[in-house]
Design a protein around this ligand. Structure first.
Ligand code: ATP
Ligand code: MG
Length: 350
């Protein structure tokens, strides 16, 4: 287990819930009908906790991240029974129902998002210094001297040569440097939660490693919570306290990082993890599982993984699995599979 996860395991009882998400649903309006990208999702993100969301392409990871930050495109329709942000010692915010102005203040100051593909979203004609100033101005910070100081500090924090980088235009920086600038930008207003969508995917292996080390360092230094959306299992293994497996818009397994990697219970998680050689070893990609996910516009009855599951029975085709705890005395590790107990009992006895 990574060291941070050990510390987390020891302290989790004392950690407050920073963001509580209950029954979150998102669909996109499409010509064929509603595309259900996120369904019935529940999660509590605690203070100083890193949660990794893993799953194949199209499983709804980015949609989940955007929904939590209320940054979905207009074609999306989101609903939640509860989306409540409770900062330590601060004012509780009902994110699902608050005003646009309250949301604007909340974003960056409390929650920052580094979006997937944001590497190409820099304004090409602005120096990095001005990208920082733009973000600060949008939040009412105009003090140039203060901003310069903060920019220098943040560049140092993300291990970039501050003056050179602040003076540079985006095209003068490598992909890895730009990713680090994006992380620095996200930290500009000292948020408590950072959502990072595929922070390493577009980078070469060496640079991926640097970004992972950097995020690990930030976690310890800044008391941050992070949601890490990624295909990169080593990012999850090394940085996450808890891991969520997402399939066809649903959370199918949630648990402490060690349980998910060493004792995955859902056949889908088992499939994804089986391709990983070692947790601390090489950068590992998700294993590919034969078959393809269901059509999110026309979902089958019962378990959504049924067509690809080697353990499928008739019951799986009619009955929808719900999340249940793996241990009767703890809700830390939960799984949504009708047959998880039998499957795992059989595996232990073989
Ligand atoms: P990836 O790993 O490829 O980034 P993901 O897990 O982040 O995938 P999402 O991008 O959240 O998945 O997409 C979930 C589903 O919603 C997919 O079927 C996708 O095609 C669909 N989708 C995403 N954005 C839109 C949109 N703006 N309009 C319609 N459908 C969308
Ligand atoms: Mg995505």
């Amino acid at each position: 287990m990574n060291e941070a996860a050990v510390a987390y395991e020891t302290n989790k009882e004392q950690q407050n819930v920073l963001l509580a998400i209950e029954n979150l649903n998102v669909h996109y309006r499409t010509r064929r009908g509603p595309l259900k990208a996120v369904r019935n999702v529940n999660l509590e993100i605690r203070e100083r906790e890193n949660v990794a969301i893993i799953g194949e392409s199209g499983s709804g990871k980015s949609t989940f991240g955007l929904a939590v930050a209320r940054l979905l495109p207009v074609s999306a329709v989101a609903a939640a029974d509860k989306l409540i942000y409770t900062p330590p010692g601060g004012r509780v915010l009902d994110i699902a129902n608050c005003s646009d102005e309250a949301l604007r203040l909340w974003r960056w100051k409390e929650v920052a998002v580094v979006m997937q593909a944001a590497l190409s979203a820099f304004n090409p004609v602005l120096r990095i210094r001005d990208q920082f100033a733009d973000t600060a101005r949008a939040h009412g910070i105009y003090d140039r001297a203060l901003l310069e100081k903060k920019g220098l500090e943040l560049c140092e924090l993300v291990q970039l040569e501050p003056r050179r980088v602040l003076d540079a235009y985006p095209h003068e920086l490598s992909g890895g440097m730009r990713q680090r600038v994006l992380i620095a930008l996200a930290l500009l207003l000292d948020p408590k939660l950072v959502i990072l969508d595929e922070p390493t995917t577009a980078l070469d292996i060496l640079t991926q490693r640097i970004v992972i080390e950097l995020l690990r360092d930030l976690k310890t230094k800044l008391d941050l919570s992070m949601v890490l959306v990624s295909h990169d299992l080593s990012l999850a293994a090394e940085l996450a306290d808890r891991v969520v497996t997402m399939y066809a818009g649903e959370f199918v397994e949630v648990g402490p990082v060690n349980d998910i990697f060493y004792k995955p219970r859902h056949p889908y998680t088992q499939g994804l993890i089986s391709g990983v050689p070692t947790i601390e070893g090489e950068i590992a990609e998700l294993a590919s599982i034969p078959g393809s996910p269901p059509d999110l516009i026309d979902l089958p009855r019962g378990c959504k993984f049924q067509s690809r599951c080697q353990y499928v029975t008739d019951l799986c085709r009619t009955e929808e699995p719900v999340m249940e705890p793996v241990e009767s005395n703890s809700t830390e590790h939960t799984v949504a599979c009708l047959r998880w107990r039998e499957i795992n009992d059989a595996a232990t006895h073989n």
